[in-house]
Write a protein that binds this ligand. Sequence first.
Ligand code: SF4
Length: 316
Amino acid sequence: MKIVAPNYYPAFRCIADRCRHSCCIGWEIDIDPDAREAYRRIPGEFGARLNASIDDGEVSSFRLGEGERCPMLNQSGLCDLITALGEDTLCQICADHPRFRNYFADRTEIGLGLCCEEAARLILSQEEPMQLIFLEDDGADDEPNEEEANLLALRTALICIMQNETQPLAARLDRLLAAVNFTIPERDWAEVYRNLERLDSTWDHCLDLLVPRGLSDRPLDPFGGTSKEAKSMQRAWSNFTVYLLYRHLPGALNDDDIPGRVAFCVLSTWILAALCAAKSGCTLADCIDLARMYSAEIEYSEDNIAALLDALWKEI
Ligand code: SF4
């Protein structure tokens, strides 16, 4: 089996107490059965406190405290479980976050999710094109099945289109849609996004910036296009599309919706660009933060992705 990842993956380090949007706040944290059993065996005062912080329902989870903080997150922004017992004692979700995986017959693909602010900074500020590297390769000559091989070849071609910086970003996005013969319908996409499930009310304020119209006048070059900051911003948007293609196109192996998923990646980039354009004096750091929010609100929600795929296919 092979384990494949983007070339920036090994550089990721959680920034822990320096993180402004910690994944230990605001998210349900389920505990896998092995970790739950191990926690039951932890002795002493710390073990008692840990076990008293867990709700055991059908699935065990940490009981979030004030401000939806994980009870193990201390006021210094560090995890008491790691401090007291080491990283090896983390439950699977905490040890994994912000990693995601996609499984194929011959490989597992791993990546960093953009809802983590450090992953978002790392991914969107990459100046080199994303390439895939092998983290592990046991030398087995497994092959992807035909459907997987076709999808992986298409994804490689689409990522190449996005990474061709000799073309304007809008043209590259149009080529993605042309490659799968899809036209995004003109509709009030701001309204579509407003009707999706919400995680954090801050996202409402961002959506309020979107003008209530379609995306025919796409703001993909809102900053004049040639300044260093404008180029960084455009590269960030392009990195965002590549990230989405890498992560979400394999979902078509389950729902058979390659065109819709490519359109989802393009639409998401348009929305991110529109949000950046609408934010006065938007910097690369603002863009990265908007992408982080987009990720947490939209691409981490299967319901929201499904709703957008429906909206993309729906006749007006
Ligand atoms: S969001 Fe990312 S950087 Fe922040 S605490 Fe979680 S893993 Fe670390």
